[in-house]
Design a protein around this ligand. Structure first.
Ligand code: GLP
Length: 261
């Protein structure tokens, strides 16, 4: 794992946008794993800008989102399908038929989860997985106690996640209490992952995820098991990290980061 600290959330988001840009340009058929949440809105706006101003081409990409609420139709403005269409898919030249999210309206959710896993496999697996971290320490909706080998499945959301995310709903009581999420095991199979975390409210959970013990109580800590994980954070999110001097040194000195400095 490597941790990159940038001064502001704009800088952190730009760095992630540039990582994705390079990956897409070097492999136009890339399979991207995508995340939702407030943190990603700025990043998606940057990718849309790179498409518009610098011709970043998404036409051959395929995408798989991490999760979707159960019982929200794609037309509901709080569904993650709606979010993705609004913030990214409608702003770039991706073929909507190549954009996949779990279907939280499926009559048989277990079958839907199995089909989602099979679809990822059929596309050759995820090349680059984008991740955020929720206040409960989740990646996707892998809430505390999710097995670190879990696969795509239905998951009950914690009161903390419901409090955090229900502010996005006109009527917070309408927020679903369950979601379909890729499992921690599913996520760890991707070839590379990039985690974007910004803001003071994430400082404590980020420190647990990156520097704490690996535990199913903070599923983001499972990324420590993973060979190719880059965590990009802003100064606010980095305030509770202990190894910042080392992390800064890596970014300033290691040749692979030269193009991003
Ligand atoms: C949701 C998503 C997560 C995301 C998290 C962070 O809960 N399921 O994948 O990481 O939001 O959200 P925010 O960026 O709004 O803090």
């Amino acid at each position: 794992m490597e941790v990159i600290i940038r001064p502001t959330r704009e800088d952190a988001s730009w760095l992630v946008a540039r990582i994705i840009e390079r990956a897409v340009r070097s492999n136009p058929h890339i399979v991207l794993g995508l995340a939702t949440g407030r943190t990603m809105e700025r990043l998606y706006a940057m990718l849309a800008q790179l498409h518009k101003d610098e011709g970043l081409d998404f036409s051959l990409c395929q995408t798989f989102n991490l999760d979707e609420y159960v019982d929200l139709p794609p037309t509901d403005k709080n569904s993650y399908r709606f979010y993705m269409n609004q913030h990214l898919f409608s702003k770039v030249n991706i073929d909507f038929r190549n954009t996949y999210l779990p279907n939280g309206m499926a009559p048989d959710l277990e079958d839907e989860c199995e089909r989602y896993e099979a679809r990822i496999q059929a596309c050759g697996g995820i090349d680059l997985q984008l991740l955020g971290i929720g206040r409960s320490g989740h990646i996707g909706f892998n809430e505390p106690l999710s097995a670190l080998q879990s696969r795509t499945r239905k998951k009950a959301l914690t009161p903390l996640t419901i409090r955090e995310n229900s502010t996005q709903f006109d009527n917070p009581l309408r927020m679903p209490k369950r979601a379909i999420t890729m499992g921690v095991g599913t996520i760890l199979e991707c070839k590379r992952s990039v985690v974007l975390v910004t803001g003071k409210s994430k400082a404590a959970v980020l420190a647990k995820a990156v520097e704490g013990p690996i535990t199913s109580m903070v599923t983001a800590s499972a990324l420590q098991l993973y060979p190719r994980c880059t965590v990009v954070v802003d100064q606010d999110a980095a305030t509770e990290l202990e190894g910042t001097e080392y992390y800064h040194w890596i970014f300033e000195n290691e040749p692979e980061w030269e193009a991003y400095r």
